[in-house]
Design a binder for this molecule. Structure first.
Ligand SMILES: NC(=O)C1=CN([C@@H]2O[C@H](COP(=O)(O)OP(=O)(O)OC[C@H]3O[C@@H](n4cnc5c(N)ncnc54)[C@H](O)[C@@H]3O)[C@@H](O)[C@H]2O)C=CC1
Ligand SMILES: CC(=O)C(=O)O
Length: 372
């Protein structure tokens, strides 16, 4: 198979889909890998490291996309990449289609097989290709939030850890999954008071055990969410319903009642965000203010630390890349139910139910298409 690795073009997206270690394994297995010039540069993987393990360095993105059977990326394609789509192309990357109708339309019209990292499942039913980036983003969310709480950055001037005689900052984390747990670890480490809100009571029980009672846990309902966000200095959004647009749990009214100079980091913004006042921002222009509350809603937070993030992401994605290359997409989807869960678009059909429901479109199960 010919595998293409383009340079990412989304704002400040500095990760890369395959590292030289992955190229080496693919080339050893008899595949050809085309890497766009400087694709790995910002993750500290220069062209010569790829070349040394057998990659062909290609100057133009159009050639990488045009010659490859499968393109392996990091982020969802942006509009200027849509022109590269063509029938039969396999695209393996984050897609986040629920809030992205135009991208969905184009993948369907061009009959691209779109396999989304964020909906691939493992045998335990978890999301192995989302987890590493949620670990990074969860940890980063507290770092970023702490910085925005500084007066200089528009915040209310609260030090999360407090000092003797002055109480610590109050961090409210909505969603106690991977993002939430990692955010809680860092916030506790900094000495903050941490409240974790989740709908799943068993998850709250686990969190209570994991943190030995050092976090406050709250069942998710509008009353509890409102009270928790109004008391918070920093609110972190980490809710997920896989593949679907995130529910807006913090309303505009709740935001208007928050402390002036409080900070919101809505990590769930890649799925549309769980805060009503959140809108996607970029690393170039990451924050804005609503009702005196600073909002940070960057859709590709892990790109801030690309060396760590690329290594963490590709540790998880590479076994799937290898399987798709070895078997071809169709056979890999048939053989691996977890990869089948990742298929969002196939031969012009929308094959992920939560995306179809969110966009009010027709849904065709992948099993129905492949059993034909
Ligand atoms: N902006 C960025 O750069 C990044 C964004 N993300 C996003 O962060 C979000 C969270 O990801 P993970 O932590 O991996 O998901 P996860 O599935 O591990 O956790 C989500 C949690 O939300 C909880 N939840 C669902 N409905 C809820 C409700 N109504 N109230 C309270 N909690 C509720 C679930 O019970 C679960 O514990 C996803 O949208 C993911 O794509 C992840 C990495 C980077
Ligand atoms: C998961 C995601 O949105 C990211 O890593 O950019």
């Amino acid at each position: 198979m010919i595998i293409g690795v383009p340079k990412e073009v989304k704002d400040h997206e500095s990760r890369v889909g395959i590292t030289p270690a992955g190229v080496r394994a693919l080339v050893d297995a008899g595949h050809k890998v085309l890497v766009e010039h400087n694709a790995g540069h910002l993750s500290s993987f220069p062209d010569d490291e790829y070349q040394a393990v057998g990659a062909e360095i290609v100057g133009e993105a159009s050639a990488v996309w045009g010659l490859a059977d499968m393109v392996v990326k990091v982020k969802e394609p942006v509009a200027k990449e849509y022109g590269y789509f063509r029938e039969g192309l396999v695209l393996f990357t984050y897609l986040h289609l629920a809030p992205l109708k135009e991208l969905t339309d184009t993948l369907l019209a061009k009959k691209v097989t779109g396999i989304a990292y964020e909906t691939v499942r493992d045998r335990a039913g978890s999301l192995p290709l989302l987890t590493p980036m949620s670990e990074v983003a969860g940890r980063l969310s507290v770092q970023v939030g702490a910085a925005y709480l500084e007066k200089e950055h528009g915040g209310r001037g609260v030090l999360l850890g407090g000092v003797p005689g002055v109480p610590p900052g109050n961090v409210c984390i909505i969603g106690g999954g991977i993002v939430g747990t990692n955010a809680a670890k860092i916030a506790l480490g900094m000495g903050a008071k941490v409240t974790l809100v989740d709908l799943n009571l068993n998850r709250l029980r686990e969190l209570d055990d994991i943190f030995s009672g050092r976090v406050y846990t709250l069942a998710s309902n509008a009353y509890n969410v409102e009270r928790a966000v109004c008391e918070a200095d920093l609110v972190i959004g980490g809710v997920l319903i896989p593949g679907a647009a995130a529910p807006k749990l913090v309303t505009k009214t709740m935001v208007s009642r928050m402390k002036k100079g409080a900070v919101i980091v809505d990590v769930a913004i890649d799925q549309g965000g769980c805060i009503e006042t959140a809108r996607p921002t970029t690393h170039s222009d990451p924050s804005y203010e609503v009702d005196g509350v600073v909002h940070y809603c960057v859709t590709n937070m892990p790109a801030a630390v690309p060396n760590t993030s690329t290594l963490a992401l590709t540790n998880a994605t590479f076994p799937y890349v290898m399987k798709l290359a070895k078997l071809g997409a169709k056979a890999a989807i048939l053989e691996d139910a977890g990869i089948a869960e990742g298929v969002n678009t196939y031969e012009g059909h929308l094959t992920y139910k939560a995306v179809a429901e969110g966009q009010e479109r027709a849904f065709t199960p992948i099993s129905q298409l492949l059993s034909k």
